[in-house]
Design a protein. Structure first.
Length: 300
């Protein structure tokens, strides 16, 4: 498939150009990136998203449709830090062919990135769970849109400032909501290691049954150790993730005699317009608020 896709990308990139009379055509990978691009771009952009609700980017395999989307796009934004590892060849070929393509995490200071031992020398890519760090991706989005549409640069800059202020308020809300839990109760047990930034930002001890990638299955020894930890710490609830098979974490819950505190979102957001309680989990803000509320309420 890879050998077929790369020539297709090249041909499309050379054939398709920017029509200044139309909105910018922007292609993104995950929903968290798409949401910010829509807020910065407003009516000046149309945004398509490759990886929809429930899709795990660690396992995602690019398709011919993705190659076509890249070819038609005026600008491409992806998360980076190897989150979309299997799409690396496509992005490299697109950049070499002159496509404007940006990893939004490139504007995040490197000294703020986490590099846990289990990530085997790679940075943790799940920045969006620390809202203050995800806000640091906005300048790259403003830059990318402005370079493709110079006439809209002032509008993009202003929208970027508004968005960063909005995200600052969301970060403060997360900090306040987390503080409702005593520190000793802030233990988050989930399917895989997606919440390290969340834990650092909001004071949680985070335990993932699997590593950063969901490719490998959890070993029986890991499950047994986690069951023992849950019992010893008196953890009140553990959580399943929307984009990860819940079978293993459900077994841990059964063996530990602990409840499932709810479903939270990790590598993908909800369906557009999907309400979980009062929050629209098809938006970045709604997803963040749903996750934090679900976690805090279940652990109280």
């Amino acid at each position: 498939m890879r050998g077929f896709l790369l020539p297709v990308v090249t041909a499309l990139l050379l054939a398709v150009g920017l029509n200044a009379s139309e909105p910018l055509r922007v292609t993104t990978t995950i929903g968290m990136v798409a949401d910010l691009v829509k807020q910065v771009g407003g009516a000046r952009v149309t945004v398509s998203q490759m990886m929809g609700p429930g899709v795990d980017p660690h396992l995602y395999k690019p398709t011919a449709a993705d190659a076509a989307a890249l070819g038609k796009a005026d600008v491409v934004f992806y998360s980076g830090l190897m989150l979309e590892g299997r799409m690396g060849d496509l992005f490299t070929r697109a950049a070499r062919a002159g496509k404007r393509i940006y990893a939004v995490t490139e504007s995040v200071p490197e000294d703020k990135l986490l590099e846990p031992a289990e990530f085997e020398g790679h940075y943790d890519p799940h920045l969006w769970f620390d809202v203050s760090m995800w806000a640091a991706t906005v300048p790259t989005i403003v830059k990318g849109l402005s370079e493709a549409d110079a006439e809209g640069s002032a509008a993009y800059a202003e929208a970027g400032k508004t968005l960063q202020a909005k995200l600052g308020e969301l970060h403060e809300w997360c900090t306040k909501t987390a503080s409702e839990l005593p520190k000793e109760q802030r233990i988050l047990v989930t399917s895989h290691d997606a919440y390290n930034y969340f834990g650092r930002a909001y004071g949680f001890k985070v335990i993932g049954l699997q590593g950063v990638s969901t490719v490998s299955e959890a070993a029986l020894s890991d499950m047994s150790s986690l069951v023992s930890f849950i019992k010893e710490q008196g953890v009140k609830a553990i959580f399943i993730e929307s984009s990860v098979n819940p079978q293993a974490i459900q077994r841990v819950a059964d063996d530990a005699g602990v409840k499932i505190g709810g479903e939270i979102f990790s590598d993908a957001m909800g369906q557009p317009g999907e309400k979980r309680g009062e929050y629209d989990t098809g938006t970045y803000e709604g997803m963040v608020r749903h996750n934090m509320s679900t976690i805090v309420n279940a652990l109280k």
